[in-house]
Write a protein that binds this ligand. Structure first.
Ligand code: HEM
Length: 149
């Protein structure tokens, strides 16, 4: 599908140097973000393995990186849906994502809040919206906010 086609409803993604970037905020890959066998987010059974096999009972710690585009409007979070806030979800990252979590925890409270506010801006737009960045009422707005002044 041509994501830049004028046949598609607006707002349309634009190609830059022939490349259309889709701001999905995921790598669409499996990652082990558990801290080890005792991580509460680990799955006790690996449903991707033949039922009853040793691999099945070995459990699973690898999960598909969820897209952050639109995540704010779709709680609950993680594969088990136990987290009701994105903050809880971020603080549950370990393993391969430990560095990101450390970076988040090292921020000031204000900057941690700013990350959560940023995640809320990654909206899936209501049908008929013509601009990529809108306020909570669907009206076009400038981004970053400083550009409005
Ligand atoms: C600052 C960086 C990051 C932020 C703000 C972030 C945020 C989030 C959020 C809010 C979720 C929950 C989404 C949902 O369930 O709909 C999530 C899930 C996930 N993230 Fe991250 N993440 C970050 C970095 C990473 C990194 C570096 C990795 C991998 C190396 C990763 C791997 C995952 C995976 C695998 C899930 C799904 C977990 C599950 O379903 O159990 N994240 N992330």
């Amino acid at each position: 599908m041509d994501l830049t086609s004028s046949q598609l409803p607006p707002p349309r993604l634009r190609a830059q140097n022939g490349v259309v970037e889709v701001p999905a905020y995921t790598d669409l890959k499996l990652h082990d973000i558990c801290s080890g066998p005792d991580d509460p987010n680990r799955e006790a059974l690996d449903m991707n393995q033949p039922a009853g096999s040793p691999a099945f009972f070995a459990g699973n710690t690898k999960f598909l990186t969820r897209k952050l585009w639109g995540a704010a409007k779709k709680p609950n979070y993680f594969h088990h849906g136990k987290f009701t806030t994105m903050r809880e979800a971020i603080l549950a990252h370990s393993g391969e994502a430990q560095g990101s979590r450390n970076a988040f925890e090292a921020l000031s409270a204000n900057d941690r809040n700013a990350i959560i506010e940023f995640l809320k801006t990654l909206q899936v737009l209501p049908p008929g919206t013509r601009r990529l960045v809108v306020d909570e009422n669907g009206r076009p707005r400038s981004w970053p906010p400083d550009a409005e002044d």
